[in-house]
Design a protein around this ligand. Sequence first.
Ligand code: ATP
Length: 684
Amino acid sequence: MLAAERAHLDRAAGCLAEMRVAASAVTDAGVDSWASERLGAARARRLAALAADPGVPPFFGRTDALPAAGAGAGETFHIGRRHVRDAAGDPVVIDWRAPMSRPFYQASATDPHGLARRRRFGFSGGELTGYEDEVLEAGDGPGEFLREEHSSRVLLREIERPRSGPMRDIVATIQPDQDDIVRAPLAASLCVQGAPGTGKTAVGLHRAAYLLYTHGGQLARTGVLVVGPNRAFLRYIEQVLPTLGEVDVAQATVAELTARVPVRAADSAAAGELKGDARLAEVLRRALWGEIAKPVDDVLVPLAGRRYRVPVERLKRAVDDLRRRGRAAEDQQLLHYAAGRERLAMLLAEDARRQKEAAGGSPTDAETRRGARSAEVREFCDRVWPAWDAAGLLFALWSDADRLARAARGVLDADEQALLRWPVVPRSVRSAPWTPADAVLADELAGLLERTAGHGHVVVDEAQDLSPMQCRAIARRLGAGSLTVLGDLAQGTSPWSPADWARTLADLGRPAAAVTPLTTGYRVPAEVLDFANRLLPVIAPGLPAATAVRSEPGSLAVRPVAALAGPLADVVADLVERPGSIGVVCADAVADEVVALLGAAGLPAARLTDDGEDPGRVAVVPATLAKGLEFDAVVVADPAAIVAAERRGLHRLYVVLTRAVSTLVVLHRGDLPAPLSRDAGQPV
Ligand SMILES: Nc1ncnc2c1ncn2[C@@H]1O[C@H](COP(=O)(O)OP(=O)(O)OP(=O)(O)O)[C@@H](O)[C@H]1O
């Protein structure tokens, strides 16, 4: 049996190699150079997809359908990361995203989805080493071990495989509740409230790959965007989609999406919080549209050698009409500020044209456009509808108390306005001390000035931390597309982190998105998860705790220590003897100190940074960068310091305690933070 499967594996590998040769042999001759270029780009993508990760076996599973009535054996399909066919065009491996693959993920003893058997293959170093069968057909035993779906050995092996480098895909072992989310229809916007390690990030990435496969045509132009909290996180996840054959998905942080000004400063906590507040949207809207002035005089518009008087009453009406369209609720009707200015210039020229036509003339379109660009019209527009760019207007607002007061009247009080203003007016827009929150505000203004290009689908990870203004920046990039929001309210560590999802979803422009929970924890062993879950009643009352799929006795050690240095070096020295990744998590302020003390003990430690550089074997992780990451072994140094470092310190600690796949060691000086100390305090 194994020999037959190995033979099929060899055949699939051979066919894939032939497909690759065929793809590279296709000439790029299109009907014109543009078409050729497009064909070339499509071919390059296809080649890249076929070539991605050649070490990955062509299939990982197999379904045996129940025989049709009266027939012998049912149909058999091998399921893999991508479709493989033979020279005759017959399928050798079915893409995991194809409808035919669905039973592989959904079949259970109670609902076998037409399957007699599901087979999962085990590989070691690319070699097919074995398989695991689940018999699903009714009558042949009740499919006992399926009842305990999560005890699948292949799943457990997959989870426990030591980590090194970036996140891996989970195509071979996607679970039914995860599969429902992955394969939700393109039009559905949804929000996954998932406890730590329940596979939110994995599910979001697989959903992106599924949508591109299933709706490639529709998404080809607008594309899919994945938004993550920081570079370190994006670097961790960036290989998953290419392994799944999707090399074309944009992955960005909010900071990268909103890079409208050179960020070179940080806000105070109070100013940063205020700048993320949704009220700022109203202030900016008023600031920009408040620039528009009432026309006070007639204008003489030159057209084809003569000047035509456009009376002030008509000018006022034109400005009022355009201004109203700037408030249209319907997105397609909405007039952006910059387009409004151009439209106004054109209206003046068209008025003149009508006058000339009434007098028997027939000016051309080109002459009319020239009229709209004339010095007279431009001068009128500069007065009545001045041109602005986003950074310039924000600079003017933060520099000029009166201007800010006009825009913020009734929205922000005097103290709040003072928080926003620069204490010393900078010399220029370029040299101003812009902060990340300013960049998001500049992006808001840019979105009022001009339409922002939207994607067909956007996946937002760690969404519980987004400010309302960041949500709006993401919503602008969504256009008419749909959204997958991933997050965990219990892991909310920003000043805006909400107690429920309603406001975030509204700010993201999809208030009706259904919230789906995921509560089976794959990453963290039960011993560790139960320990971390002691924080839940305090940090997120009412949120259901996750249940771990596996238990690993000995995976948790909680040790009181008198001083950190010696015990920390000892623990890490022990851990480096075993395979797998190691994260030493500590309060941000002491990260360099921890790197130094591990270095002094001869251990290969480096600080994890926000730029996504690989820190190597032992990563010293500032607590604020731990979110979304995981390590085989995690050492938490001084949890009380992590809690004390910020307002939502207990939420941060919950994040930190849930990063371990196999081992968590907590070294604490003094008492453990209160909610954890129940029954703890001694080695577990
Ligand atoms: N069905 C699955 N099969 C195998 N591994 C899985 C499965 N689901 C999740 N995992 C693994 O569990 C770990 C956690 O997944 P992931 O990072 O997506 O969770 P998360 O919900 O985003 O976690 P967090 O909120 O804590 O950051 C990863 O190593 C992932 O590969």
